[in-house]
Design a protein around this ligand. Structure first.
Ligand code: S3P
Length: 181
């Protein structure tokens, strides 16, 4: 990534690691727009993510997700971008994120993830026994978020603290001029 040209901060991470709430806080603090790949998909398709999964299947969802991410990352305006937990699964998405943005991975332990997703709206990949699905998917995606420029374990942290930590890392990365490719 060319640090002089970067005006996007992308949050990646497993479902329930706080990407949405942290992106809201960061967008406020930075005065940058907030974008969300899941919202973009729903807007484009005019149907819910659960509908896309059930009518067209996960692979079609991933195709739409890749288009949405590419579209967002090619926009001119500065933005904080929250991505869906599976957005990292395709190499093309990972490469574009690294090229166009400062990528921050949010992590959390399985118990906090399960507690957070249990309060939330339905997620197609967590139907049935959500706890067991979270454990299985965490295992399947082990290492999938490691390509980020920075990783923060949000377990037990407030949204404001996570945002502060990210802003510090962003500052450090650009301030020191260190290579974050
Ligand atoms: C998914 C995560 C979801 C959403 C879809 C698939 C995943 O987003 O994109 O249900 O594969 O991990 P959140 O991480 O915002 O829940």
């Amino acid at each position: 990534m060319d640090s002089r040209a970067v005006n996007k901060l992308v949050l990646i991470g497993f479902m329930g690691t706080g990407k949405s709430s942290v992106s809201r806080e960061l967008s406020e603090q930075l005065g940058w727009a907030r974008m969300d790949s899941d919202d973009e998909i729903v807007l484009r398709e005019q149907r819910t993510i659960a509908d896309i999964f059930s009518s067209d299947g996960e692979q079609r969802f991933r195709d739409i997700e890749s288009e949405a991410i590419s579209d967002i990352l090619h926009r001119e305006e500065p933005a904080v971008v929250a991505t869906g937990g599976g957005a990292v699964l395709r190499e093309r998405n990972r490469a574009l994120m690294l090229e166009k943005s400062f990528v921050v991975a949010l992590a959390a332990d399985a118990d906090s993830i399960i507690a957070r997703v249990s309060q939330d709206e339905e997620r197609p990949l967590l139907q049935g026994d959500a706890g067991a699905r979270v454990h299985a998917l965490l295992e399947q995606r082990r290492g999938a978020y490691d390509f980020a420029h920075a990783t923060i374990d949000t377990t037990g942290m407030s949204v404001k603290d996570v945002a502060r930590d990210i802003l510090q890392r962003l500052h450090d990365a650009f301030e020191t001029g260190k290579s974050i490719e």
